[in-house]
Design a protein around this ligand. Sequence first.
Ligand code: FES
Length: 102
Amino acid sequence: MMNKGFQISIQGSDKIVTCREDESLLSGLARYGQKEVPAGCRQGGCGVCKIRVLKGEFETGKMSIKHVSAMEKDMNFTLACKTFPKSDMVITVNIKGDRKWQ
Ligand code: FES
């Protein structure tokens, strides 16, 4: 039976969105009109949708190592367009690309 979805919250924001496990975080957020995570290629190739997962389980599809190194992967950095939730999650976003992660 398909799960109805997981609650995804963005740190520093009071917004919580529901994302199904068969859709990427980026698609789930976009469905709610969330602009916190920028969208680009939607295929794991451009890196603009990079986020960090603070809490929760997830799976990832193929991502370019150019945008998420092995070390970053270990630190739970991921690309929202290639990340599929497996539990409720808390994420943080690279605000304006300044690399100051919360
Ligand atoms: S939108 Fe390009 S890597 Fe996610």
